[in-house]
Each structure stands twice: as structure tokens, then as C-alpha cells.
Design a protein around this ligand. Structure first.
Ligand code: CA
Length: 235
């Protein structure tokens, strides 16, 4: 299962799950021109099935599909494959949607309309991240070790996959370990969005992260809420 992105020989296979024919055609042409092998499916169910059968190296996933939404598709794929890079294609630009997409297990997103050049650059960045040697950088937080390059959290001998943004959030909090970090700064530095301090998505995101990292997630000892301000990491 960990061979995604590690195989240099042969063409990388990209699975497109998207129901708009002109986008599918445009992406297929452009990605084949870039040297990728491309498969596409036009519904969520067919996409989930293809993800299992064809074992793609990367999945481009539309948010609005006829039968399931992209979040559901993403969560379903993640149940059987924790590592394949998933890039969400979203027509929406609200930060809540982006964060929800990443929360459902996506690695990155692009907002429609996007240029093919931008998309290919994002795909290559996902492959680079997947290719990095895993011992480059890690740090300890309480009972857990966060391996940045591998995007994995190890606790009690068990390894759990972290999303790119979970790693970025932990890195930021670790950089300021022991000091509170403002919600606006977190939104800007981790998600690159203008901070809306009343946004609850970040809280839900932290709740999930605590379940992975904390000994007792509802009585956190390491990722602490600083009320009315933000979060603080106590390693
Ligand atoms: Ca669509």
C-alpha cells in the first residue's frame, strides 16, 4: 500500500473523478500530454470502485458529483487507502469547504476555474511530498512522534496517516511550542486563507487531531485551547 509515489519506473497513473465532460476531456488531454496515464470516472461510486481496482498514484476528485459528494467519496476511499494523494477540485471558494475537504482526507485542493499548469504543478508537488525520505524531520508531542516527511503520527507502536494540513498545523504549533498561536495566524499560515476567527471548522479539525495524538482526547494535555485566542502546543 505504501508504493504510491515511490515507483519511478513506468508512468504515473492519475484517476479523475469528475462528471463535467468538458473538464474531463480537457484534463485527460493535458495530463496525457504531460506523460501521465489517465483514467476517468463520472460518478462517485464508479470512482471509489476504480480507486480500488486501478490503484492510481493520484486522484483528482470533483466536489459536486451526481450520486455522492466529493467529501463522501474521499472518506470512502480513505477507509481502504490512507496514502494515495487526493486533490480536490472545487468550484467553491469558501474556506469552510476547503477545510472540510481537507478534513475528509484530501491532501490539497484547487478552486475552479484553474489552469492546467497550476494543476500539474500541484500534482507534481504531491508526488514530491510522497517521495521524500521519511527520516528527514520528526518531533515528539507527548505520547506521539510526528514524522513530517512521511506524514505519519506514531503512538504506542501504531502509525496513523496525517493529512498534509494536519502536519502543517502541528509544525506551526511546534514552532511556537509553549506559546499560544492566534486562530487568524493558523488559518493564514496553514490554510493560506484570510482568517475568520469565528470559523468553527478549525475547532473540528483540532478535535480530530486530538483523537490521533492525545492520550485522553477530551482532556487534552498537548494541543490546548486558549479561549478567545487560539491554540497552544505543549510537547
Ligand atoms: Ca461536478
Amino acid at each position: 500500500m505504501l508504493d504510491h509515489g515511490l515507483v519511478e519506473a513506468g508512468k504515473r497513473k492519475i484517476l479523475i473523478i469528475e462528471d463535467e465532460p468538458h473538464i474531463v476531456l480537457g484534463l485527460e488531454d493535458a495530463l496525457r500530454f504531460e506523460g501521465f496515464e489517465v483514467e476517468s470516472r463520472t460518478s462517485g461510486r464508479a470512482g471509489v470502485e476504480a480507486a480500488k481496482v486501478t490503484r492510481p498514484d493520484c486522484i483528482l476528485l470533483d466536489l459536486m458529483l451526481p450520486d455522492m459528494n466529493g467529501y463522501q467519496v474521499c472518506e470512502t476511499i480513505r477507509r481502504s487507502d490512507a496514502v494515495v494523494p487526493i486533490l480536490m477540485l472545487t468550484a467553491r471558494s469558501q474556506e469552510a469547504d476547503k477545510i472540510r475537504g481537507l478534513d475528509s482526507g484530501a491532501d490539497d485542493y484547487v478552486t475552479k476555474p484553474f489552469s492546467v499548469g497550476e494543476l500539474v504543478a500541484r500534482i507534481r508537488a504531491l508526488f514530491r511530498r510522497a517521495n521524500r525520505p521519511s527520516e528527514l524531520f520528526s518531533f515528539k508531542v507527548g505520547p506521539a512522534t510526528v514524522n513530517v516527511a512521511a506524514q505519519v503520527l506514531e503512538k504506542d507502536g501504531e502509525a496513523e496517516k496525517l493529512s498534509f494540513y494536519e502536519v502543517e498545523l502541528l509544525k506551526l504549533l511546534y514552532e511556537y511550542a509553549g506559546q499560544p498561536v492566534k486562530r487568524e495566524d493558523i488559518l493564514e499560515r496553514v490554510w493560506g486563507v484570510e482568517g475568520n476567527p469565528s470559523n468553527r471548522s478549525i475547532d473540528n479539525f483540532v478535535v480530530k487531531l486530538r483523537k490521533k495524538l492525545e492520550r485522553t482526547p477530551n482532556q487534552p494535555e498537548h494541543i490546548l485551547t486558549v479561549y478567545g485566542y487560539g491554540y497552544k502546543l505543549v510537547p
